[in-house]
Write a new protein. Structure first.
Length: 372
């Protein structure tokens, strides 16, 4: 009787963390299945709402992102911007420092870049100004990351709340300079800076405006991959992220690693602000970051801080964004519908991480289990 009671109490399934990491081809397979399922669900929703062939709607999404040469390069430009921020978040998140302040760090890099274009356009050429803007954006973004890093290392403050509050301070600083540089008066915007002279704008390379964006961001992505994977400092970041006590036992200066890593994280996000001002919009506003600082968190987590994988994830997210805008305008759908489709796809991709990191064990008999 006791054996029967024990058998009844035995759960039908159990969830356990995978002891051995899943091979890469399997992880990509699971994500591909998740994406396919998401597209099927979206197809059902599309047919129910607009009564159209879903394949036709997906084709419209592709045209919205890559339909013309101009659209393709705008997609690549926005992809590079998102990738730059995600690369910046990688070292902080690998250290288990939850840097939610990328938006503010981007804005600070953008503000100093815009200041150079506003005040130095009559005394400097484009090449030296671009170099100066790059250096200042690194320092400004790095400083904005250094502050919460210092407080965390010294007084153990909550980095999530601290970096989030730093975003609001950066927004107010940006608002001040937008009002200071307002053009034309009463517009509550800066307008396009140096629209006639184009001093401080990225030059065309190989006949394209955004080639320099691609070169700079891909260089940063490769550099960050090498830094985290093969450098001593990257090793220290990983050890501190796993356990601060273990890091101290290994004679690693934990406060120094925290401060240094947050400066690097903020500096790279500051470069994204420089890209937005000098290499894209050529203006500054409180919406320059455009929520990318939060989207980049999804990118960094999905990629497991692998900057090469981030490239593919950024491409997918920007494709979905551009495609959603296209189908919303072409088929008279409101933004809520297009955002629902994007949300479903991201939900399935994020949900696939559960099956990559955990396994289900089903009971098939009294003493047998089937793994899934």
């Amino acid at each position: 009787m006791k054996k029967n009671e024990d058998y009844v109490k035995d759960p039908f399934y159990r969830i356990s963390k995978r002891g051995v990491p899943m091979p890469m081809w399997k992880t990509f397979g699971i994500r591909a299945i998740a994406l396919a399922l998401a597209l099927v669900i979206c197809a059902v929703i599309i047919f129910a709402i607009v009564n159209m062939n879903p394949l036709k709607v997906y084709g419209a999404m592709f045209e919205g992102a890559f339909g013309t040469s101009k659209r393709m390069w705008v997609t690549i430009r926005d992809m590079m911007m998102l990738l730059c921020i995600a690369v910046g978040l990688a070292p902080a998140f690998k250290m288990r420092f939850w840097n939610i302040g990328a938006e503010g760090q981007v804005l600070m890099g953008g503000v100093v870049s815009a200041a150079c274009m506003v005040y130095l356009s009559k005394s400097m050429g484009t090449a030296p100004m671009i170099l100066l803007m790059l250096v200042l954006s690194i320092l400004a973004g790095g400083f904005w990351g250094f502050i919460p890093g210092l407080f965390k290392a010294t007084w153990k403050t909550n980095e999530t709340l601290f970096t989030l509050m730093m975003n609001y301070i950066a927004i107010q600083i940006t608002s001040y300079f937008v009002a200071l540089w307002e053009n034309p008066a009463g517009s509550n915007s800066v307008g396009v800076i140096n629209s006639r002279t184009k001093i401080g704008w990225f030059p065309e390379i190989f006949g394209q405006l955004y080639t320099l964006n691609v070169i700079l961001v891909l260089t940063l992505a490769i550099g960050m991959y090498i830094y985290l994977r093969y450098s001593k400092q990257g090793y220290e970041v990983a050890v501190v992220g796993e356990s601060e006590n273990s890091a101290r036992y290994a004679a690693i200066n934990v406060p120094k690693v925290i401060i240094r890593t947050m400066f690097i994280s903020g500096a790279l996000c500051g470069i994204a602000g420089f890209l937005a001002v000098s290499g894209a919009s050529h203006t500054i506003s409180v919406s320059t970051a455009g929520g990318r600082g939060f989207t980049a968190i999804i990118v960094a987590w999905l990629a497991k801080f692998n900057t090469f994988v981030m490239i593919a994830i950024c491409a997918l997210i920007i494709f979905l964004d551009k495609g959603a805008i296209e189908i919303a305008s072409r088929y008279n759908l409101n933004n809520h519908v297009s955002n629902i489709l994007t949300g479903i796809i991201l939900f399935f991709i994020l949900g696939s991480e559960f099956f990559i990191n955990y396994q289900l064990k089903f009971r098939s008999g009294r003493n047998k289990e089937i793994e899934a």
